[in-house]
Design a protein around this ligand. Structure first.
Ligand SMILES: [Fe+2]
Ligand SMILES: [Fe+2]
Length: 181
């Protein structure tokens, strides 16, 4: 009789399911990594700075989309921090626009990058990871958090591989730079 190794393969290929809070922290790490690389790239490499700023813009915009479409609405009744988080996203978006507009060869870019770094740490690390997420993990249903984790990961992958999303983000960046003073 033939053996059937397919079952084992299926087990190995099944994605590991994680709570929504874990999925979001992992994406925060991606954002932090980009920020670290930006901070380590000198003014003498403006092309690389610009490419990293573009990548940060796209990833942060997608992060805000998945939180605002899926996570925040589902957690609205679990923690009072959601309303504040929403308005912090608006501030982050404004700062992101200021960074993308800044010429990467100038001190202004460094200043906008510094403000961006502080704003991102304050929101993602202090407000979400240190306050909101532990509260959510304590009070929200575990199965719901795992289901939301699947949805967040799936939505993020779809956004990343969507040609339309990529085009819209590219247009937004181009428009910001065109209106830069
Ligand atoms: Fe957020
Ligand atoms: Fe976040």
């Amino acid at each position: 009789m033939r053996r059937r190794p397919e079952v084992l393969t299926e087990v190995r290929e099944a994605p590991e399911r994680e709570k929504a809070t874990r999925v979001l922290v992992e994406h925060h790490e991606v954002l932090r990594g980009l920020m670290r690389r930006l901070l380590a790239t000198p003014r003498s490499q403006p092309g690389r700075r610009r490419a990293l700023a573009d990548e940060l813009f796209d990833e942060l915009r997608m992060h805000e989309v998945i939180e605002e479409e899926i996570f925040y609405p589902a957690m609205r009744d679990v923690t009072p921090g959601i309303a504040a988080a929403w308005s912090e996203h608006r501030q982050l978006s404004d700062q992101l626009a200021a960074l993308v507009r800044a010429d990467p060869r100038t001190g202004r870019f460094d200043r906008e990058l510094g403000v961006m770094h502080d704003a991102l740490e304050s929101h993602a690390h202090l407000d979400e990871e240190r306050e909101m997420f532990p509260e959510i993990e304590r009070f929200a249903d575990e199965d719901l958090l795992v289901e939301l984790g699947d949805r967040l990961r799936d939505r993020l992958e779809r956004l990343r591989s969507s040609r339309r999303t990529r085009m819209v983000l590219r247009l937004q960046r181009a428009l910001l730079r065109r209106t830069a003073r």
